[in-house]
Design a protein around this ligand. Structure first.
Ligand code: PLP
Ligand code: COI
Length: 340
């Protein structure tokens, strides 16, 4: 299966592009069926499907890369499979095993090999596994049938300038998640909740929102689509410990790399009024990779971190190390890459 397509690999944005197809598997009668390849990107669904009304929907995001040696690799898919199970458990859904999740991802890549950006373009193939409750339910109860879909799309940087510093706004009028809510789960509804603050921040000229902890509104939680990390002048890598943020696989990976570089990794509550302790701040995630943040506007205070045009030295090293491993330029000593 292959289409002729002419993509400008070096200038891809972060958006849905049509591909050769996607994969789907359904959970019916208490068991998962076969991984099926589909082409039509529209799917028939019952108008009372639980995911449409009551939000039984969670998803993942991971990337495949073409390495320097010309192999196609997926980055840490087992961690995404595990997080999908955590999300599913929180909203009473059935999740696939790691093996089934990875098999579905593998198949979605195999049928779209010609959409995996070539090495040297700086682009990657973004995979979007989506799990939805499909049973027709009107009374509030969990669905007993589910679909797992994995579609792919070739992507460039999430923020248009790539590894260039952006400015963030602390949005105090809205919370992304509740203190004992679903912030740790990668649920569709969390993103619906972040749309309005995101749009308001954009209107004010900030591409990225920083959410405060939803209980006290005094601590840093995370950005709308990425975790918060920060570097102090004495070589510390700090990231918030909070029960309402997503456990980012990029952040987890960078913590390992930071330790290997001799930084001290500290997970602790970070007060919003203590941001002046940092010399570098970054937004980290699969889509955002590591986006430097050169300023954070908090009430009438503007905290700044280094040069507004150039990323700081420590975040640059971390970024290069992460991407170097993903593109097979640096040995993958942790066995994070899975060859397709
Ligand atoms: N936080 C939020 C709210 C996200 O949407 C994402 C993206 O997945 C992340 C953090 C980063 O997680 P990861 O590094 O696993 O992609
Ligand atoms: C990701 O980085 O995979 C995300 O989920 C962020 C996003 C585009 C929702």
């Amino acid at each position: 299966m292959s289409t002729t397509h002419q993509l400008d690999w070096k200038n891809l944005g972060f958006q849905y592009l049509p591909t050769n197809g996607f994969v789907q598997l359904d959970f019916v009668d208490g068991q998962w069926g076969q991984v099926e390849v589909k082409q039509d990107p529209y799917m028939p669904m019952h108008i009372a499907a639980n995911c449409l009304h009551y939000g039984q929907a969670c998803f993942e995001g991971l990337k495949a890369f073409t390495t320097k040696a010309g192999k196609v690799v997926l980055f840490r898919p087992d961690r995404n499979a595990e997080r999908m199970r955590l999300s599913a458990e929180r909203i009473c859904m059935e999740a696939p095993s790691n093996e089934l999740f990875i098999e579905a991802c593998r198949k979605a890549i195999e049928i779209n090999r010609d959409f995996v950006p070539p090495y040297g373009t700086g682009a990657s193939l973004y995979l979007r596994p989506l799990l939805i409750g499909t049973e027709a339910t009107v009374g509030i109860k969990p669905s007993s049938t589910f679909s797992l879909i994995v579609f792919v799309t070739p992507v460039g940087p999430y923020y248009k300038d790539g590894f260039r510093p952006v400015e963030a706004l602390v949005m105090e009028d809205y919370d992304r998640a509740a203190p004992q809510g679903t912030g740790r789960a990668k649920m569709a509804g969390n993103y619906a909740a972040s749309l309005k603050p995101g749009m308001e921040a954009k209107k004010k000229g900030y591409p990225i929102v920083l959410f405060a902890d939803p209980k006290e509104h005094s601590y840093v939680d995370e950005f709308g689509t990425s975790n918060f990390i920060a570097i102090t002048p004495n070589g510390e890598y700090k990231t918030p410990s909070s029960s309402s943020i997503l456990q980012s696989i990029t952040n987890e990976t960078l913590q390992v790399l930071a330790q290997e570089m001799g930084l001290t990794v500290i997970r602790e509550p970070i007060a919003l009024n203590s941001l002046d302790q940092f010399s570098e701040v970054g937004a980290v995630g699969t889509a955002a990779v590591l986006t430097p943040v050169h300023a954070i506007q908090y009430r009438d205070r503007k905290f700044t971190f280094g040069d507004p045009d150039v990323a700081g030295a420590t975040l640059t090293r971390l970024y290069q190390q992460l991407q170097g491993i993903q593109y097979g330029e640096i040995p993958d000593t942790h066995e994070w890459l899975v060859e397709i």
